[in-house]
Design a protein around this ligand. Structure first.
Ligand code: BG6
Length: 484
């Protein structure tokens, strides 16, 4: 299966923070891969802007090294890389001063799509937005792209929204949540709204509960400063997991269009009940397997920040009242795996009597690794000698079902940056969505901060703290295993 590539319009993409980690690891390797796939027109240009003094050539060399490091060997192509690097130019720009701005304004072409990627900390968003405005670069159809963390709480998110709104319209602001760029996350919408099979069952009458797991094996070493001010709740739940929950819980939008989708997501967030303190478990990884503990990685020996959180959430709507959503995410766990599991209720009556092999149906959407969708169904165990039931998966690994081309799934950033150029905001968060997510998160965090409890230690390589198991056990349910 060869995927279709539709070239985007000619563009100038300016990346502020061009020498930073995100630009080197994600944005530029992603753009290179889109170029390799034939999606960038000849007139596409990428301008790096940062504080360091660098020539065009020196920045290109940095990016060459970054692409060689971060793009798999089978996607390395010397001629394509040279062609890509020729699109790159560099400008020394002082985000909070005056240096470089006029040169940038002179360099951006007036007759192509203009996009400005703020790949910098949020404290610089205001300075960049104001200078783009002052130097006449906030043309009505230009776009700005901002990264998380979008705020630390509701008040700071509101302040950031107001800062950006002073110079740009909402339709120009692309707030990235890279989970929305993941192929399987979009597939979730295709499965729900492209099939008749699931939607009639997609409600509290038929769904027992939903589990969303984002487990990671990495710790926070190297970014302990940021992480320690954030923690799993702010770093993962308020944004990525909230977005997953929204896509599962939302009503069908009238079209796959930006505001239609975002309106429905916003309704879900607003329908979330406050989470009771007893429905949350926080954990912190201990030392083990020769690896440092969270407290070592975070550098604050007394840190009470959580590297793991599990919670039970309720969406108070006609569709979902009574069906709990269990969310968990953590670092240094047994495996890197992200999945959503929709567990259906048992049949109202078993005509086969009590049978061990009869399990609840589950639809498991695997986000990473090994992207795919699995439906667990009960069948008869083959062979004579009575009716014995077993559970089997109807398994669709995308790589197997769609062939080797599909195994080369684009990275989230590749898709999202192309969507910016196309002017499609469907997979980006609107300002009111982000604020609503903080409005739900803030009281949860405030409650545990007021109590001052320590998170429970858990062993690295485990599936999290013991109490997280209890969160489900006491409801007569269990977490799916965290497996690679
Ligand atoms: C980032 C978080 O937004 O997402 C990180 O800040 C986390 O802490 C990362 O590791 C996970 O992303 P992915 O795509 O590797 O699942």
């Amino acid at each position: 299966m060869v995927s279709r590539v539709i070239p985007v319009d000619p563009f100038d993409l300016v990346i502020f923070g061009a020498t930073g980690d995100l630009a080197r690891r994600k944005i530029l390797p992603g753009l290179y891969r889109r170029d390799l796939a034939g999606q960038l027109p000849d007139e596409a240009r990428i301008l790096g802007a940062a504080r360091s003094e660098l020539s065009d050539g020196a920045w290109r060399n940095e990016i060459r090294a970054a692409i060689e490091e971060h793009v798999p060997a089978d996607r390395q192509d010397g001629a394509a890389l040279d062609r890509f690097l020729a699109r790159l130019g560099y400008l020394q720009v002082d985000a909070t001063g005056e240096a470089g701005w006029q040169a940038l304004a002179d360099r951006v072409r007036p007759d192509v799509v203009q996009a400005y990627y703020f790949s910098v900390g949020p404290s610089l968003f205001g300075a960049l937005a104001e200078r783009l405005h002052r130097h006449g670069m906030n043309r009505e159809d230009c776009r700005i792209v901002v990264e998380k963390p979008f705020g630390h709480d509701l008040a700071s998110a509101k302040a950031l929204n107001a800062t950006l709104a002073a110079h740009f319209e909402e339709h120009q602001i692309y707030r990235i949540d890279h989970y929305l760029g993941k192929e399987t996350v979009q597939n979730l919408m295709a499965v729900r709204f492209g099939n008749m099979l699931f939607e009639p069952l997609w409600n509290a009458q038929y769904v027992d509960h939903i589990q969303i797991t984002v487990a990671e094996t990495v710790g926070v070493a190297g970014r302990g400063g940021y992480y320690d001010r954030s923690g799993a709740m702010r770093d993962m739940v308020q944004n990525h997991m909230m977005q997953l929950l929204c896509l599962i819980a939302m009503e069908p939008p009238y079209a796959f269009e930006p505001d239609a989708v975002r309106d429905e997501k916003l309704k879900v967030i607003r329908a979330l009940d406050p989470v009771a303190p007893g429905d949350i478990v926080r954990g912190q990884y201990a030392a083990g397997n020769g690896q440092a503990s969270y407290l070592d990685d975070a550098e604050n020996p007394d840190s009470r920040t959580e590297s793991y959180v599990a919670l039970k959430a309720h969406v108070s709507s006609w569709r979902w009242k009574g069906t709990p959503f269990y969310l968990r995410t953590g670092k240094r766990l047994r495996a890197r795996t992200s999945e959503i599991a929709i567990t259906f209720k048992d049949p109202p009556h078993s005509i086969f009597g009590e049978q061990e092999g009869q399990k609840s149906n589950a639809l498991v959407i695997r986000l990473q690794p090994n992207e795919g969708i699995k439906l667990k169904v009960t069948i008869k165990e083959p062979g004579p000698g009575g009716m014995r039931l077993i559970e089997v998966p109807l398994d669709m690994s995308f790589a197997e079902a769609l062939g080797p081309e599909a195994a080369d799934i684009p990275d989230a950033y590749e898709r999202l940056v192309m969507d910016v150029i196309r002017g499609n905001q469907t997979l980006f968060m609107r300002g009111d969505e982000v604020e609503a997510a903080w409005a739900w998160t803030d009281p949860i965090v405030a409650a545990w901060e007021a109590k001052g409890d320590r998170p429970q230690p858990y062993d690295p390589g485990s599936s999290g703290p013991e109490d997280a198991l209890m969160l489900m056990h006491r409801d007569g349910r269990r977490w799916r295993e965290v497996r690679p």
